[in-house]
Design a protein around this ligand. Structure first.
Ligand code: GLY
Length: 274
């Protein structure tokens, strides 16, 4: 993972490739790196970006800025921007370089890693997609510092999920500091711990993806812990993804405990963490 995952204080610390074209969520356009001004395509993040028609428009916009190799597409925004730009990077000229610059904790923990790209087909989510690994994922702490605490809490659920899947020592930190504190305390009080836990969660995700990159051996599906119930909640209640995953993990833990697959102590611990 060395050189791939870069956590910086400010986005302008990053050295961008000369071949970069930045596709940036309009919501964070003011934070677009100075060095890439003039090579920025603003988009509206969200599910409307994840259609084949949007991908076609995006491809045309990219070609107006740069029509020959080398080309590095940089996706800056939340999960929908990463999914759509990743998809475009995988099919434009049969594949160009991709960097992710997640601006939500949810994307920084999960969707910006592991190479899944996707667009929707009608109302069915993520029906078309490819595996296309980013060569670099950059996360600026300034985003974590300024994001609403509800969004920090949402991202934490995927972070807690990853730690439960593979980092026992980090779970002790969660016990010590408390997930509520991590979610809702003023940033300076928890920023350093959050950064370390984020690194740990990213390492867990990569460890799992490396063992089953194309999700063919049932190992990568561990990352879907809690997601069966979560997707139901999203569909039925329009609940945000992070909130749904928290409830989904709680349900999975309850079912596992009732079936004797999880001991009472671990069950109570997981419920405390989510
Ligand atoms: N978000 C689950 C995965 O990347 O497989």
């Amino acid at each position: 993972m060395s050189g791939y995952w870069q956590r910086v204080a400010e986005i302008d610390e990053v050295e961008w490739p000369d071949s970069a074209v930045l596709i940036c969520d309009r919501a964070v356009i003011d934070s677009a790196p100075q060095a890439l001004r003039g090579r920025v395509i603003p988009v509206d993040g969200g599910e409307s970006l994840k259609t084949l028609a949007s991908i076609e428009r995006l491809a045309q916009a990219v070609l107006e800025i740069r029509a020959s190799r080398p080309l590095c597409l940089i996706a800056m925004g939340g999960g929908s921007v990463g999914d759509a730009v990743g998809f475009l990077a995988s099919i434009l000229w049969r594949g160009v370089e991709l960097w992710h610059v997640p601006t939500t904790l949810l994307a920084a923990v999960d969707s910006a890693h592991g190479g899944k790209t996707a667009v929707n087909l009608g109302t069915a989510k993520n029906q078309l997609g490819t595996f296309w690994e980013a060569t670099r994922t950059v996360f600026a702490e300034s985003f974590l510092q300024t994001m609403p605490r509800s969004l920090r809490a949402e991202g934490l659920t995927e972070l807690v999920k990853a730690l439960w899947l593979g980092d026992a020592a980090a779970l002790d930190v969660l016990d010590l500091v408390g997930s509520s504190e991590l979610a809702f305390a003023p940033y300076p009080a928890v920023g350093v711990t959050l950064g370390r836990l984020l690194d740990a969660a990213v390492a867990v995700k990569h460890g799992i993806v490396d063992r089953d990159p194309r999700e063919r051996h049932g190992i990568r599906t561990y990352l879907n812990l809690g997601h069966t119930v979560a997707h139901g909640l999203e569909l039925c209640c329009q609940a945000p993804h992070g909130v749904s995953v928290a409830w989904g993990m709680a349900c999975a833990a309850q079912i596992s405990w009732q079936r004797g697959l999880l001991d009472a102590e671990s069950f109570e611990r997981l419920i405390r963490h989510v």
